[in-house]
Structures are given as structure tokens and as C-alpha cells.
Write a protein that binds this ligand. Structure first.
Ligand SMILES: *[C@@H]1O[C@H](CO)[C@@H](O)[C@H](O)[C@H]1NC(C)=O
Ligand SMILES: *[C@@H]1O[C@H](CO)[C@@H](O)[C@H](O)[C@H]1NC(C)=O
Ligand SMILES: *[C@@H]1O[C@H](CO)[C@@H](O)[C@H](O)[C@H]1NC(C)=O
Ligand SMILES: *[C@@H]1O[C@H](CO)[C@@H](O)[C@H](O)[C@H]1NC(C)=O
Ligand SMILES: *[C@@H]1O[C@H](CO)[C@@H](O)[C@H](O)[C@H]1NC(C)=O
Ligand SMILES: [Zn+2]
Length: 533
């Protein structure tokens, strides 16, 4: 069976059945942590990996049961909050309170702060209107938030607009996923097909400076469930009007647009709502030079669609365990305390465009308070999705940083890539590079010229047969996962629950994360190591 590549859909059912089986086993064990350990041990013992020392006292403290305890709390919070932990919901507030209280009460040796900032709100004042004119024939499209019955629906964080006249529609090539696709479209309305190698929010960002008048996203129609319009959400900083269309409506416009005969007129009216507050939480080690700070981040919100246990509860929990365990190690006399302050942060509102980390970096840029200034941040480590069920050990590859990344950030980022790679090699573990494209909370740091890096287990990419074979060779059949299946089949879905976590992959990844932090912390020359000039 292992040599057969199954389709993602089949695999999804299969994986979830396996996970479910695992979690039922766990649940039957009445949450005794010993049982989790036993299951974990039985997994590792049967692999071909020889047990290697982790080469790091901090990494040695990382236990899957501590991580899972936090995830269980996050799942409980989602359960009590309509199934998610998205910003502007009870579930998000409860998550932030949980993080804050845990750090405050359990540890006591970290200095914990909440930093409030505001996020734009979005609500429609009335139903938007979309009209088209194709070869002289006008059409008025049916709006509904019941997607199956609608020809179009709103896109969250659209701006308001009222066209006085019809505007010509242009089909954007390459799903709107490259800068080139947005050349020479000024003054027109964009028609963008779902899919490609980027998110709706990224399409919106690429469109930002193109001079386009509005964005019309449409479903790709590739399966019967991809016919209706979808819920699109842009970044909260978006400055373009946008709507989401059904496959049928989009195709008809695309056909006419290819002959230059598609024109549309739209009207979107928004409710004037005040922005709402959200909190970043940070916890500082009392030791270490505040003007040389290592910032370790993960995000605290989920998407509205689901509980977000892998994305990004797994990163949230990883960061909690790292903070708690480092604080405990600092209380033991034989652990070498770092010369640098470590600031662990849980960023709010990653899912609407890295809002929490952007706010932090923006404030640092204008701060004059020692310890809070941009110049006081030496490096950012980011831990996002860490427990993907069909995981890879993914290392952000500094060589793939976006064009325009400040050059001073690159040598240090490259060294962080290498230090993680060398650890995985030393542990006889497989590893892969991951794009360092700024899609997670390290993005604003990197863009500000701060060296960054991290590890993650993957989201919507597909595991190749070659990758699966490589993983099978070093960590055995039961941990190798499935070729042809996406790394997290529940990425941004309601099934991103406790069963959506690979325990072996998760523990190892967080041990890697811990090693990286300790390696940086215990260098005497971190500043010149990261910034050789
Ligand atoms: C969350 O809800 C699911 C489904 O209702 C349930 O199976 C699970 O035990 C709950 N988890 C927690 C931690 O409360
Ligand atoms: C969340 O907390 C903020 C204060 O930080 C409060 O203004 C807001 O009303 C709360 N939201 C919900 C949905 O409870
Ligand atoms: C838009 O997204 C924000 C952030 O998740 C959410 O609070 C708001 O309710 C959404 N608005 C609509 C109309 O979906
Ligand atoms: C299009 O339909 C909407 C909603 O039914 C209506 O309010 C609007 O006046 C119509 N516009 C035209 C030009 O028919
Ligand atoms: C840009 O578009 C205009 C008409 O839409 C066309 O005449 C012109 O050749 C295009 N320029 C480039 C560089 O593609
Ligand atoms: Zn996400």
C-alpha cells in the first residue's frame, strides 16, 4: 500500500482516519501523559533512527505531552467559541487570556506584557451590486451570502466604490500570482481565477500598485464543489474594491474579456465601523541585554473556518513550551544564561496579513526607548505550523528571500538556515527547504533588515514520492507520511483539530526549534555572527 500514490482526497480521509484512531487511543487512556509517551516511544523504537542525543539541553526538555496539553486547552477554547479562535471573536480573546495567564501564573520569572493595537473592521452597509455589459447586453448578477445560490458575494476587506460608468474587464494571467501578471492593467477591472501558487490575500497585494479599478475573483469550477463563489478575505490593509464570483459568472466574463467586449459596473457600500482592539502578548527573560534581543514568535489567531490547532495552535504551544522551559532552565545553576534578552511573542491577527508582527515592527521603528527600538532586535525566529499530519521538517531557506529584501538581513538568515540544516543532518533526520517568501510573521522583521529564520512542518504543498522515500529511509514507514497528499490536509479547514497533529513530527520539530534558539543564545558574538559587516 505504501508504494501506491493516492489522490489528496482519498489521502485526506485516510490520514484523518489514522489520526482519529490515534486520538481515540489517547482519549481512552484518560489523558494520562505516560500513555502519550508510551505511544510516542513505540513510534520511535520501531523506526530505523538510532537514538541520538539532541545536542542541546533546551531541546532535551521538549516533551510532546507538554505541547499536547496546550493544544488541548486551545481545542477546548475553540469548542466553547463556535469552533474557531479567529480575531474579533470570543475564541481569540480566550486564547490570548490563556497565553497571558499561563505565562504569568505558571512561570513567574518571565516579564509578561500585552500590547494592544487595532484592526480595521469590515461590514457591508447594503448588498453590493454587480452589472455587466457584454456586446450591448446588460446583466444584473444575483448577490447572496448563501454561496450555493449566489452569482457573486462580497470579499472581506474590500473597499467601498460606486462606478459611474462601465469599465472594461481584463483576465489576469497566472491566477494573479506573479508581479508580471499585473503589468499594463491600469484603469481596468481584473478578473482573477481561483488557485495558483498564492492566496487571495497575496493576489490582492500583488494588484495593489497596478492601477486596477477593482478585483473580481472567480471559482475555478474544477469540481462540482468549486462552482459557487467562495469566501475571500484580503489583507486588512487592502485598498481595492473586490468581489467573489461563481465559476459560471466568471467564465462568461473571461470569454468576453478575451475579445475585449466585457464591461462591468459595481457598487459596494460599507458600514462605518470603528476598528477593534487585539493584543500581542510578549514574555521577556529577565536576564540578557535588552538592546540585543532575540525575538521568538508564533501567531495566536486561527482562521474563522476552524479551530486552527496545527495552524497555528501548534506554533502557539511550541512557543509556550520554549518560554516555560527556558525560564525553568534559567533557574538551574548549571545552565549558561544567554547574553541576550529573549522575547517570546504571540502575534495577533497573522491570518489577515501579519497584522500583529507588522504592528510590533512598525512601533519599534519609531521607538526611542532602549530595548524597544528596531536597532535592539538582533534576530527573529518564527515557529508557525509545527505539527502537520503529513509533515516535512521544513527549514526556511534564506536563499529564497523575496527580491528587495534588505541585504543586511541575508547573511544572518543564511546562517540560521544552515544551523537548522546541520542539526537535522546530525540527528539523522530528513529535512527540506521551505520558501522564505515572507508569508508568515517573520516577514515584517526581514523586510526591516532583521535576520530571521525558523522551521515549520508545512501547509498546502504536496509531499512528493521522492520526499516520502527520503523520510521513510531515515524515520521509518510509520512516520514517512504519504506521497501525493498535502502536508496538512486540514489547512485552514474545520478539521484542523487535535487529531490533525503528527505527534512524532511535532516533537522533533519543536526540539529543532529549541536547539536553534539555544545555539543563537549561547554564542558570544551573535551580533557580528549575524551581521558580519
Ligand atoms: C471538542 O469538541 C469535539 C467535538 O464536539 C469533542 O470530540 C472534543 O472532545 C472536544 N475537545 C475538547 C478538548 O474539549
Ligand atoms: C475582546 O477583547 C477586547 C479587549 O481587548 C474587547 O474590546 C472585545 O469586545 C472582546 N471581544 C469579544 C468578542 O469578546
Ligand atoms: C471580516 O473579517 C474580520 C476579521 O476576521 C471579521 O472580524 C469580520 O467579521 C469579517 N466581516 C465579514 C462581513 O465577514
Ligand atoms: C440590480 O439588482 C439590484 C438588486 O436586486 C437592484 O437593487 C438594482 O437596482 C438592479 N440594478 C439594475 C441596473 O437593474
Ligand atoms: C498595454 O495595453 C494597451 C491597451 O490596453 C496596449 O495598446 C499596449 O500595447 C500595452 N502595452 C504593453 C507593454 O503590453
Ligand atoms: Zn494560516
Amino acid at each position: 500500500m505504501a508504494s501506491i500514490d493516492l489522490s489528496p482526497r482519498t489521502m485526506f480521509v485516510f490520514l484523518c482516519t489514522i489520526c482519529l484512531f490515534g486520538v481515540i487511543t489517547l482519549a481512552l487512556a484518560a489523558a494520562t501523559l505516560g500513555t502519550i509517551n508510551k505511544r510516542f516511544d513505540s513510534l520511535t523504537v520501531t523506526t530505523s533512527t538510532t537514538q541520538t542525543k539532541l545536542n542541546s539541553p533546551l531541546a532535551e526538555t521538549i516533551r510532546i505531552d507538554d505541547l499536547v496539553n496546550h493544544l488541548r486547552q486551545l481545542q477546548r477554547i475553540a469548542n466553547e467559541s463556535n469552533g474557531n479562535r479567529a480575531i474579533n471573536t470570543r475564541g481569540f480573546n480566550a486564547t490570548v487570556d490563556y497565553i497571558y495567564n499561563y505565562l504569568q501564573n505558571q512561570i513567574g520569572t518571565l516579564q509578561v506584557t500585552r500590547r494592544t493595537f487595532t484592526i480595521r473592521n469590515f461590514a457591508l452597509a447594503k448588498n453590493p451590486i454587480l452589472l455587466s455589459k457584454i456586446e450591448g447586453t446588460e446583466k444584473n448578477y444575483t448577490y447572496s451570502t448563501t454561496l450555493a445560490r449566489s452569482e457573486f458575494t462580497y470579499a472581506n476587506y474590500s473597499t467601498a466604490t460606486k462606478f459611474t460608468d462601465y469599465v472594461r474587464v481584463v483576465s489576469i494571467p497566472n491566477f494573479g500570482c506573479s508581479e508580471d501578471a499585473w503589468k499594463n492593467v491600469s484603469g481596468l477591472v481584473a478578473l482573477i481565477k481561483a488557485g495558483g501558487k498564492c492566496t487571495y490575500a497575496e493576489k490582492g497585494m500583488l494588484a495593489a500598485d497596478s492601477g486596477i479599478q477593482a478585483l473580481l475573483f472567480y471559482s475555478d469550477g474544477e469540481t462540482s464543489s468549486n462552482l459557487a463563489p467562495v469566501n475571500v478575505r484580503l489583507r486588512h490593509t487592502n485598498k481595492l474594491p473586490a468581489l467573489a464570483l461563481s465559476y459560471t459568472a466568471g467564465e462568461a466574463l473571461a470569454t468576453a474579456a478575451s475579445m475585449g467586449t466585457a464591461f462591468v459596473k459595481l457598487e459596494i457600500e460599507l458600514e462605518n465601523m470603528p476598528p477593534f482592539p487585539v493584543d500581542n502578548v510578549c514574555a521577556d527573560t529577565p536576564h540578557g541585554d535588552a538592546t540585543q534581543t532575540i525575538v521568538v514568535g508564533s501567531h495566536s489567531d486561527s482562521v474563522p473556518a476552524g479551530p486552527g490547532i496545527n495552524d497555528n495552535g501548534s506554533g502557539t504551544a511550541a512557543n509556550l513550551v520554549l518560554a516555560a522551559n527556558l525560564a525553568r532552565l534559567y533557574q538551574t545553576s548549571n545552565y549558561k544564561k544567554y547574553k541576550y534578552r529573549v522575547r517570546f511573542c504571540w502575534w495577533a491577527a497573522e491570518e489577515i496579513g501579519l497584522a500583529g508582527s507588522s504592528d510590533y515592527v512598525d512601533k519599534a521603528k519609531v521607538s526611542t526607548e532602549p530595548g524597544e527600538r528596531r536597532a535592539d532586535i538582533l534576530v527573529n525566529l518564527n515557529f508557525d505550523m509545527a505539527g502537520s499530519p503529513n509533515f516535512i521538517f521544513g527549514i526556511y531557506d534564506a536563499k529564497t528571500a523575496l527580491n528587495g529584501t534588505p541585504v543586511e538581513a541575508l547573511p544572518g538568515s543564511q546562517k540560521i538556515t544552515e544551523l537548522y540544516r546541520d542539526w537535522f543532518i546530525g540527528q539523522n533526520l530528513p529535512w527540506d527547504y521551505r520558501d522564505f517568501n515572507g508569508r508568515s510573521d517573520y516577514g515584517p522583521f526581514l523586510a526591516a533588515g532583521i535576520a530571521a529564520g525558523g522551521v515549520a512542518t508545512g501547509s498546502d504543498a504536496v509531499k512528493s514520492a521522492a520526499q516520502r522515500d527520503k523520510y521513510r529511509q531515515s524515520i521509518g514507514e510509520e512516520n514517512a507520511g504519504f506521497a501525493g497528499a498535502i502536508l496538512d490536509p486540514c489547512y485552514h479547514l474545520s478539521c484542523d483539530t487535535l487529531v490533525n497533529i503528527h505527534l512524532y513530527g511535532y516533537e522533533k520539530l519543536v526540539q529543532a526549534a529549541a536547539y536553534g534558539l539555544e545555539y543563537l543564545g549561547q554564542r558570544d558574538d551573535l551580533k557580528t555572527w549575524l551581521y558580519p559587516q
